[in-house]
Design a protein around this ligand. Structure first.
Ligand SMILES: [Zn+2]
Length: 281
């Protein structure tokens, strides 16, 4: 087993903290970085968090790393398709319950994930690496959970907080106001480190969370400015103006976050929609 936090070879179990292993799924990409991080938390009595996409090789890698230990739960942070599809086959193989929440809207979701146990705030799993407490953090997805491991002052953040990119908000399931509230919630917890759903451990959570919050508010200010200058205008007209600093190849995804900003502004009485055109309220 490797111990280097910069080892993202798929299928290799890397011990990122004592008792916590990461196995990266073979799904690298623009939205997934090196691939989805599956965490094995504990040694003989463990929780598998975010089993990842449907992949025979990833299932085999996880079973090899589990190596006959008792899996008490196959838990998820949320049910986007890079995080949960392997939950059902893995849970069946190891005889563990699927733990998570259902999303309120089916877009972008993995329909195969049905929780056997629904986790809400203060729900706790007890691995032999310590307690793992659920923290509801909607925003990126309506059913998003972070998992807090007090023994290591660590929070597994799924796609709520990522190190190098700002998570996409996908309405109607994703919600920008909820996202900002969930960032504040995580900031208030003030953990020492974060284990995101993609990429390496983050050792300066306060700085990362403050950066993401500032990034969202700056983008919101750019949306307001574009509405004043271009409105009434359809989303397609606002997009290149608001995201002029972002590579156009990413605009397909950025348009969802833009819609999430507009919905938030509309709800707050700062933007108005008339058909497909948006303007300042
Ligand atoms: Zn993801």
């Amino acid at each position: 087993m490797s111990v280097a936090d910069d080892d993202f070879r798929p299928g290799v179990a890397v011990e990122v903290l004592p008792g916590v292993r990461r196995v990266v799924a073979p799904n690298p990409g623009r939205m997934t970085g090196p691939g989805t991080n599956t965490y094995l938390i504990g040694r003989r009595r463990l929780v598998v968090l975010d089993p990842g996409p449907a992949s025979e090789s990833h299932l085999a890698a996880l079973l090899a790393a589990i190596d006959g230990a008792t899996v008490i739960a196959v838990a998820v942070t949320h049910t986007h398709r890079d995080h949960s599809p392997l939950a059902t086959p893995l849970a069946a193989r190891v005889g563990a319950p699927r733990v998570g929440r259902r999303a309120r809207h089916p877009d972008w979701q993995d329909p195969s994930f049905v929780p056997d146990v629904v986790a809400g705030d203060d729900f706790v799993l007890e691995s032999d690496a310590g307690a793992l407490r659920a923290l509801t953090t909607p925003g990126h997805a309506s059913n998003h959970l972070c998992w807090h491991q007090p023994a290591d002052d660590l929070v597994y953040t799924g796609d709520h907080v990522l190190g190098t990119v700002s998570p996409v908000i996908l309405p109607p399931d994703g919600d920008m106001t909820e996202y900002l509230q969930s960032l504040a919630r995580l900031a208030a917890l003030a953990p020492a480190r974060l284990a995101p759903g993609h990429g390496p451990l983050l050792r300066e959570p306060a700085r990362v969370i403050a950066g993401l919050t500032a990034h969202r508010l700056a983008r919101e200010a750019a949306v307001v400015e574009a509405l004043e200058r271009l409105g009434p205008a359809p989303l397609a007209t606002l997009l290149p103006s608001v995201y002029r600093d972002v590579d156009p190849s990413l605009h397909d995804m950025a348009r969802h976050s833009l819609a999430a900003h507009l919905i938030r502004l509309e709800r707050d009485g700062r933007a108005r929609r008339d058909g497909d055109r948006w303007q300042r309220a």
